[in-house]
Design a protein around this ligand. Structure first.
Ligand code: ATP
Ligand code: LTN
Length: 338
């Protein structure tokens, strides 16, 4: 393992291209990633292999995987500063995934809440991949000797398991993997559904979800319909417990305008939800407009996107290959002579 104190720490994360990116992904993840490009050596990928744990339409999956890359770039992830690639293009992920499956216990996998949730949602397709998903995720992370993994709360259990697998392997074979830490960004908004403000905004609930590629009219419509609260006073103030709908809209407005909750309360003092909701919608439309326009421009430039994911996969493969070679040797596989 490199021991250069001055070297930048490595950070890695991925999002499954199982739907288009939404405002929650942007404000809670990708926007923050774009801001730390100079501080860390960053790897971001489309977790396309992971999406196969749930049935996908092949054409749609191909479209979304490349569209997600365009959206990453449009959100500010500069391909010159970040390594951006498709998981399936770096075959070491699947290979290390297999090895780590053999160092991950049935009991550990059975305790994963994501497995339990997804099994309940896909009762007719509880496949082996869904069960061993965390071993592949551990491979994604450990291949790059990542120091930090920015993830939301729902992925913390998988990160903990990754650490356990790394420690177990290191104990058996000597220092092989860096033991990663979950990275919780300094500012990280948890955006809730516009239709049901006590559940998080998620691509599986398209009505409560604002997609980065939604047209302005669509965004405005979703905000006008946003669920507020059943109180009669219609006052805009922050009370996450009793007024979750208003609190969510205030968080969104604050994230996109930079205004504090105090400033927002003053701005809408005496104005009511009928003024507040469209104002949040307009602010989001303006914040997302340059992202959508840039994403559409990039999506039309297939040659550029192909160049970005080719360069990204080549750079990622170089690091991944080194780790996999070390692992193969440690577990006793004969070195490939060609
Ligand atoms: P699904 O609901 O289908 O499981 P998702 O839309 O929640 O998917 P993920 O792929 O699980 O999206 O999340 C990718 C990244 O975006 C993660 O880092 C996650 O923390 C972040 N993220 C997702 N939804 C939100 C949200 N509503 N608010 C803030 N961050 C979010
Ligand atoms: N499981 C994650 C996506 C994911 C990931 C990773 C995140 C796959 N591999 C490695 C961070 C690091 C999810 O569903 N959000």
């Amino acid at each position: 393992m490199e021991n250069n104190e001055n070297a930048k720490k490595t950070l890695l994360s991925g999002i499954q291209p199982s739907g288009d990116l939404h405002l929650g992904n942007f404000l809670g993840a990708v926007k923050n990633w774009a801001e730390i490009a100079d501080e860390f050596d960053c790897y971001y990928f489309m977790a396309d292999l992971h999406t196969l744990t749930v049935r996908q339409d092949p054409k749609e999956l191909r479209r979304r995987s490349v569209a997600q890359l365009a959206q990453y770039i449009a959100c500010g992830l500069d391909p010159e500063k970040n390594t951006l690639f498709l998981q399936s293009h770096v075959h070491e992920h699947a290979e290390l995934g297999w090895i780590l499956n053999c160092y991950t216990m049935f009991g550990e996998l059975s305790r994963m809440t994501q497995f339990k949730d997804k099994s309940a949602k896909n009762a007719d397709n509880i496949n082996g991949g869904l069960f061993t998903y965390p071993a592949l995720m551990a491979a994604d992370i450990l291949l790059y000797q990542a120091d930090f993994v920015p993830v939301g709360q729902d992925q913390k259990q998988h990160c903990e398991l990754t650490r356990d697998i790394a420690i177990r392997f290191n104990n058996l074979y000597g220092e092989t993997f860096k033991v990663p830490e979950p990275y919780i960004p300094k500012v990280g908004a948890r955006i809730m559904s516009l239709g049901a403000p006590t559940s998080k905004m998620s691509k599986s609930d398209p009505q409560g979800c604002v997609f980065l590629l939604d047209k302005p009219e669509e965004i405005a419509r979703k905000f006008k319909r946003a669920v507020t609260d059943s109180d009669t006073e219609h006052c805009v103030y922050y009370d996450a417990e009793n007024k979750p709908g208003v609190a969510n809209l205030m968080s969104i407005y604050s994230s996109v305008t930079g205004k504090t909750f105090d400033e927002i309360e003053k701005e809408f003092d005496g104005k009511g939800y009928g003024v507040f909701k469209p104002a949040v919608g307009d602010a989001v439309v303006e914040a997302l407009r340059p992202i959508r326009e840039e994403a559409e421009r990039i999506m039309a430039d297939k040659a550029y996107l192909q160049q970005v994911y080719t360069d990204g996969a080549q750079k990622a493969s170089y690091i991944a290959r080194k780790t996999l070679r070390k692992v193969y040797k440690k577990v006793g596989l004969v070195e490939k002579p060609f």
